[in-house]
Design a protein around this ligand. Sequence first.
Ligand code: URA
Length: 260
Amino acid sequence: MIGDEKLEKQILEHLKLYRDLGVRWVRASEKPKQKAAARTQRRPDPVARPVSGPVPKTTEPAKAEVRPAQPAAQPDKFFDAIRVDLTDCKRCKLWSTRKNIVFGSGNPHADLMFVGEAPGADEDEQGLPFVGRAGQLLTKIIESVGLQRSDVFICNILKCRPPGNRNPESEEIAACEQFLFRQIEAVKPKIICALGTFGAQTLLRTTEPIGRLRGRMLEYRGVKLIATYHPAYLLRNPMEKRKVWEDMLVIKKHLGSVHP
Ligand code: URA
């Protein structure tokens, strides 16, 4: 049972986020958690096998890249195969400085998939995506449209942390992007939300700046894609939160229209 004081604090934090996002009113009758629960029930429950957490280390060599064609609707199996291929990955130089490979986390059957840039220090430490300050903001953004982190799947372009949180290099992206593409194939989301320049540009094969990519319904291999500002950028530029809120509403509307 949640204490009154704790609940009050949580509500206050939520309202502050809404205010920052530029929301002027909230409907008292809305029951977002129930709606979110109903939506996740439309698709099979997440598999019992955990899909989050670091990729385990082993002394065995990485497996060959040749994979058979994958039948539909078995993301758990696909994830296992991707994890095996990622084990002890040394395809780029980031292996020498990483602590953990950050595979991704969330619902492997999610309708909505978030694609960020690369793990930071907290993510590298825990082996989980978006658990630092930017991650906490992402959680609030997800919750602001009535979803939970467990409803969506979250991962990054790079599975290892670039030292000092520098930008990903093109050779690193080239070495790692296949894993993201396979994750998208496995999850088969209804919509992808690319967070920031690297997520958007890698998936869209473009060099257009994020400011020009956001605000449009785009597509990655037949899957709808919305590009929006990265939560770390929002921490530095809180005035832009409103735009991300608008992008989230477009995503929410699309999810509603594919699940009337
Ligand atoms: N920034 C990202 O792009 N990904 C993370 O997992 C954390 C911060």
